[in-house]
Design a protein around this ligand. Structure first.
Ligand SMILES: NC(=O)c1ccc[n+]([C@@H]2O[C@H](COP(=O)([O-])OP(=O)(O)OC[C@H]3O[C@@H](n4cnc5c(N)ncnc54)[C@H](O)[C@@H]3O)[C@@H](O)[C@H]2O)c1
Length: 340
Protein backbone atom coordinates (compact mmCIF):
# COMPACT_ATOMS: atom_id res chain seq x y z
CA UNK A 1 0.00 0.00 0.00
CA UNK A 2 1.35 3.44 -0.91
CA UNK A 3 -0.23 6.43 0.82
CA UNK A 4 0.70 10.09 0.50
CA UNK A 5 0.17 12.82 3.09
CA UNK A 6 -0.61 16.40 2.04
CA UNK A 7 -0.02 18.89 4.86
CA UNK A 8 3.07 18.39 7.02
CA UNK A 9 1.96 20.43 10.02
CA UNK A 10 1.42 19.14 13.54
CA UNK A 11 -1.23 16.56 12.70
CA UNK A 12 -0.07 15.62 9.20
CA UNK A 13 3.29 14.71 10.73
CA UNK A 14 1.50 12.27 13.04
CA UNK A 15 -0.21 10.70 10.03
CA UNK A 16 3.14 10.43 8.23
CA UNK A 17 4.84 8.87 11.26
CA UNK A 18 2.03 6.35 11.72
CA UNK A 19 1.97 5.41 8.04
CA UNK A 20 5.72 4.96 8.09
CA UNK A 21 5.16 2.51 10.97
CA UNK A 22 2.88 0.54 8.62
CA UNK A 23 5.53 0.79 5.84
CA UNK A 24 2.86 2.55 3.77
CA UNK A 25 4.23 6.11 3.60
CA UNK A 26 5.04 6.87 -0.05
CA UNK A 27 5.46 10.65 -0.05
CA UNK A 28 4.60 13.87 1.73
CA UNK A 29 3.72 17.28 0.31
CA UNK A 30 3.23 20.75 1.71
CA UNK A 31 2.78 24.26 0.36
CA UNK A 32 6.03 24.98 2.20
CA UNK A 33 8.66 22.91 0.33
CA UNK A 34 11.12 23.15 3.24
CA UNK A 35 8.57 21.62 5.57
CA UNK A 36 7.82 18.79 3.16
CA UNK A 37 11.55 18.16 2.73
CA UNK A 38 12.19 18.08 6.49
CA UNK A 39 9.28 15.67 7.05
CA UNK A 40 10.37 13.45 4.17
CA UNK A 41 13.94 13.35 5.52
CA UNK A 42 12.64 12.47 9.00
CA UNK A 43 10.54 9.59 7.74
CA UNK A 44 12.55 8.35 4.79
CA UNK A 45 10.05 9.04 2.02
CA UNK A 46 9.79 11.30 -1.03
CA UNK A 47 9.01 15.02 -0.77
CA UNK A 48 6.75 16.26 -3.56
CA UNK A 49 4.60 19.20 -4.47
CA UNK A 50 0.90 18.55 -3.79
CA UNK A 51 0.21 18.43 -7.56
CA UNK A 52 2.99 15.90 -8.18
CA UNK A 53 1.75 13.71 -5.32
CA UNK A 54 -1.78 13.64 -6.74
CA UNK A 55 -0.39 12.84 -10.20
CA UNK A 56 1.80 9.94 -9.02
CA UNK A 57 0.12 6.76 -10.32
CA UNK A 58 1.84 4.56 -7.72
CA UNK A 59 0.04 6.31 -4.84
CA UNK A 60 -3.33 4.72 -4.00
CA UNK A 61 -4.55 6.83 -1.13
CA UNK A 62 -4.06 10.39 0.16
CA UNK A 63 -4.41 11.83 3.66
CA UNK A 64 -5.23 15.54 3.85
CA UNK A 65 -4.25 17.41 7.01
CA UNK A 66 -4.55 21.02 5.88
CA UNK A 67 -5.95 24.24 7.29
CA UNK A 68 -9.70 23.46 7.34
CA UNK A 69 -10.69 25.94 4.63
CA UNK A 70 -8.53 24.02 2.12
CA UNK A 71 -9.95 20.56 2.80
CA UNK A 72 -13.01 20.55 0.53
CA UNK A 73 -11.39 21.60 -2.76
CA UNK A 74 -8.29 19.48 -2.16
CA UNK A 75 -10.48 16.48 -1.30
CA UNK A 76 -12.27 16.89 -4.63
CA UNK A 77 -8.87 17.09 -6.37
CA UNK A 78 -7.78 13.84 -4.70
CA UNK A 79 -10.93 12.03 -5.81
CA UNK A 80 -10.67 13.50 -9.33
CA UNK A 81 -7.14 12.06 -9.45
CA UNK A 82 -8.69 8.62 -8.77
CA UNK A 83 -7.18 8.21 -5.30
CA UNK A 84 -8.76 7.02 -2.07
CA UNK A 85 -9.22 9.82 0.46
CA UNK A 86 -8.86 10.37 4.18
CA UNK A 87 -9.64 14.03 4.84
CA UNK A 88 -9.17 15.50 8.29
CA UNK A 89 -12.05 17.09 10.14
CA UNK A 90 -13.73 19.40 9.42
CA UNK A 91 -13.84 17.95 5.91
CA UNK A 92 -15.61 21.07 4.57
CA UNK A 93 -16.93 24.35 5.93
CA UNK A 94 -20.27 24.26 4.11
CA UNK A 95 -22.87 21.67 3.17
CA UNK A 96 -22.61 22.09 -0.60
CA UNK A 97 -18.90 21.24 -0.57
CA UNK A 98 -19.48 18.36 1.84
CA UNK A 99 -22.18 16.90 -0.40
CA UNK A 100 -19.89 17.32 -3.44
CA UNK A 101 -17.21 15.20 -1.72
CA UNK A 102 -19.74 12.46 -0.87
CA UNK A 103 -21.07 12.47 -4.45
CA UNK A 104 -17.60 12.44 -6.03
CA UNK A 105 -16.44 9.52 -3.88
CA UNK A 106 -19.57 7.55 -4.68
CA UNK A 107 -19.36 8.27 -8.42
CA UNK A 108 -15.71 7.22 -8.55
CA UNK A 109 -16.27 4.22 -6.23
CA UNK A 110 -13.40 5.32 -4.02
CA UNK A 111 -12.91 4.91 -0.27
CA UNK A 112 -13.50 8.29 1.37
CA UNK A 113 -13.17 8.78 5.11
CA UNK A 114 -13.24 11.76 7.46
CA UNK A 115 -10.66 11.89 10.24
CA UNK A 116 -13.09 11.48 13.11
CA UNK A 117 -10.33 10.00 15.20
CA UNK A 118 -12.35 9.20 18.31
CA UNK A 119 -14.60 6.82 16.38
CA UNK A 120 -11.50 4.56 16.46
CA UNK A 121 -10.63 5.03 20.13
CA UNK A 122 -10.68 1.65 21.88
CA UNK A 123 -12.56 3.13 24.87
CA UNK A 124 -15.25 4.53 22.59
CA UNK A 125 -15.48 1.23 20.69
CA UNK A 126 -15.98 -0.55 24.03
CA UNK A 127 -18.64 1.98 25.07
CA UNK A 128 -20.46 1.51 21.75
CA UNK A 129 -20.48 -2.26 22.22
CA UNK A 130 -21.73 -2.01 25.82
CA UNK A 131 -24.59 0.26 24.71
CA UNK A 132 -25.45 -1.88 21.67
CA UNK A 133 -25.63 -4.95 23.92
CA UNK A 134 -28.08 -3.05 26.14
CA UNK A 135 -25.93 -3.43 29.25
CA UNK A 136 -26.69 0.14 30.37
CA UNK A 137 -30.25 0.27 29.08
CA UNK A 138 -31.40 2.93 26.70
CA UNK A 139 -29.53 6.19 26.23
CA UNK A 140 -31.27 9.16 27.83
CA UNK A 141 -28.70 11.96 27.75
CA UNK A 142 -25.16 12.53 26.48
CA UNK A 143 -22.82 15.24 27.74
CA UNK A 144 -19.48 15.99 26.11
CA UNK A 145 -16.80 18.47 27.12
CA UNK A 146 -13.82 19.29 24.93
CA UNK A 147 -11.96 22.34 26.16
CA UNK A 148 -8.37 23.60 26.17
CA UNK A 149 -6.20 26.31 24.65
CA UNK A 150 -5.99 26.81 20.81
CA UNK A 151 -5.89 26.21 17.79
CA UNK A 152 -7.09 29.39 16.14
CA UNK A 153 -7.58 28.33 12.49
CA UNK A 154 -8.71 30.98 10.04
CA UNK A 155 -12.17 30.10 8.74
CA UNK A 156 -12.88 27.42 11.36
CA UNK A 157 -14.00 28.60 14.77
CA UNK A 158 -14.39 26.51 17.92
CA UNK A 159 -17.74 25.14 16.76
CA UNK A 160 -16.47 23.94 13.37
CA UNK A 161 -13.01 22.89 14.47
CA UNK A 162 -13.73 21.15 17.80
CA UNK A 163 -17.38 20.09 17.90
CA UNK A 164 -17.05 17.58 14.99
CA UNK A 165 -15.14 15.28 17.36
CA UNK A 166 -18.07 15.11 19.77
CA UNK A 167 -20.82 15.16 17.15
CA UNK A 168 -19.25 12.18 15.38
CA UNK A 169 -19.53 10.22 18.66
CA UNK A 170 -23.00 11.45 19.60
CA UNK A 171 -24.46 10.68 16.16
CA UNK A 172 -22.86 7.24 16.22
CA UNK A 173 -24.32 6.46 19.65
CA UNK A 174 -27.82 7.75 18.97
CA UNK A 175 -27.92 6.44 15.38
CA UNK A 176 -30.15 9.40 14.50
CA UNK A 177 -30.12 12.98 13.35
CA UNK A 178 -31.38 15.58 15.82
CA UNK A 179 -34.75 17.17 15.22
CA UNK A 180 -33.77 20.35 17.06
CA UNK A 181 -30.43 22.02 17.70
CA UNK A 182 -29.74 24.98 19.98
CA UNK A 183 -26.45 26.84 19.84
CA UNK A 184 -24.92 29.46 22.08
CA UNK A 185 -21.51 30.84 21.25
CA UNK A 186 -19.11 33.38 22.70
CA UNK A 187 -16.39 35.24 20.87
CA UNK A 188 -13.78 36.54 23.31
CA UNK A 189 -10.67 36.96 21.15
CA UNK A 190 -12.82 38.41 18.37
CA UNK A 191 -12.11 36.07 15.42
CA UNK A 192 -15.05 33.67 15.26
CA UNK A 193 -16.45 31.91 18.28
CA UNK A 194 -14.04 30.59 20.92
CA UNK A 195 -16.66 28.82 23.03
CA UNK A 196 -19.78 26.96 21.93
CA UNK A 197 -22.61 25.15 23.68
CA UNK A 198 -24.59 22.84 21.44
CA UNK A 199 -27.80 21.23 22.66
CA UNK A 200 -29.40 18.53 20.50
CA UNK A 201 -32.82 16.90 20.83
CA UNK A 202 -33.32 13.59 19.04
CA UNK A 203 -36.56 11.90 18.02
CA UNK A 204 -37.83 9.98 21.05
CA UNK A 205 -36.49 12.56 23.51
CA UNK A 206 -32.80 11.71 23.86
CA UNK A 207 -30.84 14.91 24.39
CA UNK A 208 -27.19 15.85 24.26
CA UNK A 209 -25.09 18.81 25.25
CA UNK A 210 -21.59 19.58 23.99
CA UNK A 211 -19.35 22.23 25.50
CA UNK A 212 -16.35 23.10 23.34
CA UNK A 213 -13.80 25.82 23.94
CA UNK A 214 -10.40 26.83 22.60
CA UNK A 215 -10.02 29.38 25.37
CA UNK A 216 -9.78 27.32 28.55
CA UNK A 217 -6.69 27.09 30.75
CA UNK A 218 -7.25 23.41 31.58
CA UNK A 219 -8.06 20.51 29.29
CA UNK A 220 -11.10 18.28 29.50
CA UNK A 221 -11.88 15.57 26.96
CA UNK A 222 -14.84 13.63 28.26
CA UNK A 223 -18.10 12.09 27.12
CA UNK A 224 -20.74 11.04 29.64
CA UNK A 225 -23.71 8.83 28.79
CA UNK A 226 -26.72 8.75 31.09
CA UNK A 227 -28.69 5.60 30.32
CA UNK A 228 -31.67 3.85 31.83
CA UNK A 229 -29.60 1.32 33.72
CA UNK A 230 -26.46 3.20 34.60
CA UNK A 231 -24.00 5.84 33.48
CA UNK A 232 -20.71 5.77 31.61
CA UNK A 233 -17.81 8.19 31.30
CA UNK A 234 -15.20 8.07 28.54
CA UNK A 235 -12.44 10.36 29.80
CA UNK A 236 -9.55 10.50 27.37
CA UNK A 237 -7.27 12.31 29.81
CA UNK A 238 -7.30 9.43 32.30
CA UNK A 239 -4.63 6.74 32.21
CA UNK A 240 -5.53 3.85 29.88
CA UNK A 241 -6.98 1.51 32.49
CA UNK A 242 -9.43 4.23 33.61
CA UNK A 243 -10.49 5.77 30.31
CA UNK A 244 -13.89 4.06 30.34
CA UNK A 245 -15.82 3.95 33.62
CA UNK A 246 -19.26 2.44 34.15
CA UNK A 247 -21.33 3.68 37.09
CA UNK A 248 -24.22 1.39 38.06
CA UNK A 249 -26.07 4.39 39.51
CA UNK A 250 -29.86 4.13 39.59
CA UNK A 251 -32.37 6.99 39.54
CA UNK A 252 -36.10 6.40 39.66
CA UNK A 253 -39.33 8.25 40.24
CA UNK A 254 -42.01 7.40 42.73
CA UNK A 255 -44.76 9.88 41.98
CA UNK A 256 -43.24 13.29 42.59
CA UNK A 257 -40.34 11.84 44.58
CA UNK A 258 -37.06 11.04 42.88
CA UNK A 259 -34.73 8.45 44.42
CA UNK A 260 -31.22 7.49 43.52
CA UNK A 261 -28.42 5.17 44.49
CA UNK A 262 -24.81 5.86 43.62
CA UNK A 263 -22.04 3.32 43.29
CA UNK A 264 -18.33 3.13 42.66
CA UNK A 265 -17.34 2.85 38.99
CA UNK A 266 -16.15 -0.26 37.25
CA UNK A 267 -13.31 0.42 34.83
CA UNK A 268 -13.39 -1.36 31.50
CA UNK A 269 -10.00 -2.51 30.26
CA UNK A 270 -9.42 -1.64 26.63
CA UNK A 271 -6.47 -2.33 24.32
CA UNK A 272 -3.90 0.44 24.34
CA UNK A 273 -4.09 0.90 20.57
CA UNK A 274 -3.49 4.44 19.39
CA UNK A 275 -6.65 5.72 17.68
CA UNK A 276 -4.63 7.13 14.76
CA UNK A 277 -3.13 3.68 14.13
CA UNK A 278 -6.61 2.17 14.18
CA UNK A 279 -7.98 4.88 11.87
CA UNK A 280 -5.20 4.53 9.28
CA UNK A 281 -5.26 0.77 9.45
CA UNK A 282 -9.04 0.92 8.82
CA UNK A 283 -8.43 3.26 5.87
CA UNK A 284 -6.01 0.81 4.30
CA UNK A 285 -8.25 -2.18 5.05
CA UNK A 286 -11.13 -0.37 3.33
CA UNK A 287 -8.93 0.31 0.29
CA UNK A 288 -7.99 -3.36 0.15
CA UNK A 289 -11.50 -4.63 0.80
CA UNK A 290 -13.57 -1.95 -0.98
CA UNK A 291 -16.20 0.24 0.67
CA UNK A 292 -15.90 2.66 3.57
CA UNK A 293 -17.09 1.01 6.75
CA UNK A 294 -16.51 3.54 9.53
CA UNK A 295 -16.18 7.34 9.60
CA UNK A 296 -17.11 7.73 5.94
CA UNK A 297 -17.43 11.17 4.37
CA UNK A 298 -21.21 10.55 4.48
CA UNK A 299 -20.91 10.45 8.27
CA UNK A 300 -18.77 13.58 8.02
CA UNK A 301 -21.56 15.24 6.06
CA UNK A 302 -24.06 14.34 8.81
CA UNK A 303 -21.81 16.21 11.24
CA UNK A 304 -21.69 19.22 8.89
CA UNK A 305 -25.49 19.13 8.67
CA UNK A 306 -25.79 19.44 12.46
CA UNK A 307 -23.32 22.34 12.52
CA UNK A 308 -25.22 24.07 9.71
CA UNK A 309 -28.55 23.45 11.45
CA UNK A 310 -27.09 24.99 14.60
CA UNK A 311 -25.93 28.11 12.79
CA UNK A 312 -29.23 28.41 10.93
CA UNK A 313 -31.18 28.66 14.18
CA UNK A 314 -31.49 25.02 15.03
CA UNK A 315 -35.17 24.26 14.57
CA UNK A 316 -35.80 22.48 11.31
CA UNK A 317 -39.54 22.80 11.95
CA UNK A 318 -39.92 19.53 10.05
CA UNK A 319 -39.31 15.91 10.74
CA UNK A 320 -35.68 15.18 11.52
CA UNK A 321 -33.69 14.80 8.31
CA UNK A 322 -32.93 11.20 7.39
CA UNK A 323 -29.44 10.00 8.20
CA UNK A 324 -27.13 9.52 5.32
CA UNK A 325 -25.41 6.70 7.10
CA UNK A 326 -26.59 3.52 8.72
CA UNK A 327 -25.15 2.96 12.17
CA UNK A 328 -25.93 -0.15 14.12
CA UNK A 329 -26.63 1.87 17.25
CA UNK A 330 -29.58 0.90 19.48
CA UNK A 331 -32.82 2.66 18.57
CA UNK A 332 -33.65 5.88 20.33
CA UNK A 333 -36.13 5.06 23.05
CA UNK A 334 -39.48 6.60 23.94
CA UNK A 335 -39.49 8.96 26.89
CA UNK A 336 -40.23 6.66 29.81
CA UNK A 337 -41.14 7.94 33.23
CA UNK A 338 -38.63 5.64 34.87
CA UNK A 339 -35.01 6.57 34.27
CA UNK A 340 -33.52 3.35 35.52
N1 LIG B 1 -8.52 14.24 14.00
C1 LIG B 1 -7.81 14.83 14.96
O1 LIG B 1 -7.78 14.39 16.09
C2 LIG B 1 -7.06 16.09 14.62
C3 LIG B 1 -6.06 16.54 15.49
C4 LIG B 1 -5.36 17.68 15.13
C5 LIG B 1 -5.67 18.36 13.96
N2 LIG B 1 -6.66 17.88 13.16
C6 LIG B 1 -7.02 18.58 11.94
O2 LIG B 1 -5.97 18.42 10.98
C7 LIG B 1 -5.90 19.58 10.16
C8 LIG B 1 -4.48 20.12 10.19
O3 LIG B 1 -4.18 20.51 11.49
P1 LIG B 1 -2.66 20.87 11.90
O4 LIG B 1 -2.70 21.13 13.35
O5 LIG B 1 -1.71 19.87 11.38
O6 LIG B 1 -2.46 22.26 11.12
P2 LIG B 1 -1.07 22.96 10.78
O7 LIG B 1 -1.37 24.39 10.55
O8 LIG B 1 -0.04 22.59 11.81
O9 LIG B 1 -0.62 22.28 9.42
C9 LIG B 1 -1.19 22.57 8.17
C10 LIG B 1 -0.12 22.34 7.10
O10 LIG B 1 -0.72 22.52 5.82
C11 LIG B 1 0.22 23.21 5.00
N3 LIG B 1 -0.50 23.84 3.91
C12 LIG B 1 -1.17 25.02 3.91
N4 LIG B 1 -1.72 25.25 2.70
C13 LIG B 1 -1.40 24.18 1.93
C14 LIG B 1 -1.68 23.82 0.59
N5 LIG B 1 -2.44 24.60 -0.20
N6 LIG B 1 -1.19 22.66 0.10
C15 LIG B 1 -0.42 21.86 0.88
N7 LIG B 1 -0.10 22.17 2.17
C16 LIG B 1 -0.60 23.30 2.68
C17 LIG B 1 0.89 24.19 5.94
O11 LIG B 1 2.12 24.66 5.41
C18 LIG B 1 1.05 23.32 7.18
O12 LIG B 1 2.27 22.61 7.15
C19 LIG B 1 -6.95 20.56 10.71
O13 LIG B 1 -8.13 20.45 9.99
C20 LIG B 1 -7.18 20.07 12.13
O14 LIG B 1 -8.50 20.36 12.59
C21 LIG B 1 -7.34 16.76 13.46
Amino acid sequence: MRIGVVGCGAWGTNHARTLRGFRALAAVADADPGRAEATANGFGCAAMTPDALLADPSIQGVVLALPPHLHAQTALDVLAAGKHLLVEKPMALDLVSGQAIVDAAQAANLVAMTGHLLRFHPAFLALETILQEGRLGQIRYIQSTRIGLGRFFSGADALWDIAPHDLSLILALTGAMPQAVQLETSSVVGVGNDIAHLHLTFPGGVQSHSYVSRLAPRRDRSLTVIAGNGMAVFDDLKPWPQKLALYPNQVWRDGDDVHFTSAEPTYIATPETLPLEAELSHFMACIEGGGTRRSSVAEGLDVLRVLSMAEAGGQSGKAAPARLTGHSAPPVHPNNERLS
